[in-house]
Design a protein around this ligand. Sequence first.
Ligand code: FAD
Length: 289
Amino acid sequence: MLPARLSERLSSGPPSFSFEFFPPPTAEAEAELWLAIDELTVLQPTFVSVTCGAGGSKRDKTLELALQLPRRSGLRPVAHLVCRGSKEEEVASTVQRLIAGGVHDVLALRGDAPRDADEPAGDFKYASELVRYLRTRQPGLCIGAASYPEGHLEASTREADLLHLKEKVLAGSDFLITQIFFDNAFYFDFVHRARAIGITVPIIPGIMPITNASQLERFIQLCGATVPQRLRMAISQHAQDRVAIAQLGIAHATAQCADLLARGAPGIHFYTLNRSRATRAILMALKGR
Ligand code: FAD
């Protein structure tokens, strides 16, 4: 039985473990994803989240996967909703379809501007506007939002970003999931500063085990996360050895998670990239198996 409200589960009880998946682009990727989901389901995650690309067809893929997860695997999905370039009616229709399918948990996001196409005019400028819209129209939804321990790339300062985050929480966010970080000092400092300005909702750290060097570079470019010098050096020493890099990545993420949980983080959200091996290894190590 799923607890009635995800927000209640996240603010009380043992630490949550959750996994992010993205809608698979091909039939082959879909088969691989369901294998990964089967292997991760035994770890009994509190929820799994499904990412969303901008645009109607991508939103439909998110919806499809989010609706399948409880039926096929008994998992609790949190559907990402991206508002950039969307009209209110489109968001309302997506949410209605989610609710009709039994999904009451969403992650409300702005999204990024499309790289190669013109952006359609939408009704929302920031994620806080989407959160407010959802909270007003669907008071029963559990709404999460994104947060950035090292500051969002577009923000003028970390302080300004934090004040915008507070606006997003006051608009009705029940919990926050962080962007990837590799140095826990950023998370703890961020939580401290967030609490100091009255942000009280759970802030779940987002962890991505590094599994290859080029993937790491891509993510750093996308989200601006700082890689500790020692980790960076160890990775560059083994740049051609995929197995060694994956082992380093798993060891680093395991130490990060153990420290986060020991120092009071409310759970861990794993960016799985639709793979199970690294996340399983980390969780098994954390659970002492
Ligand atoms: P916002 O909260 O709107 O913030 C965006 C920027 O605007 C920030 O710099 C903020 O400081 C600033 N800002 C906010 N309010 C104001 C204001 N009133 N005045 C001036 N400036 C303001 N992207 C996807 O496309 N699909 C996904 O599924 C997805 N999932 C994600 C999951 C997580 C956990 C995270 C951390 C990110 C995810 N992203 C996803 C990426 C996200 O869409 C981008 O980082 C995007 O650039 C910002 O989205 P946001 O919801 O944080 O935006």
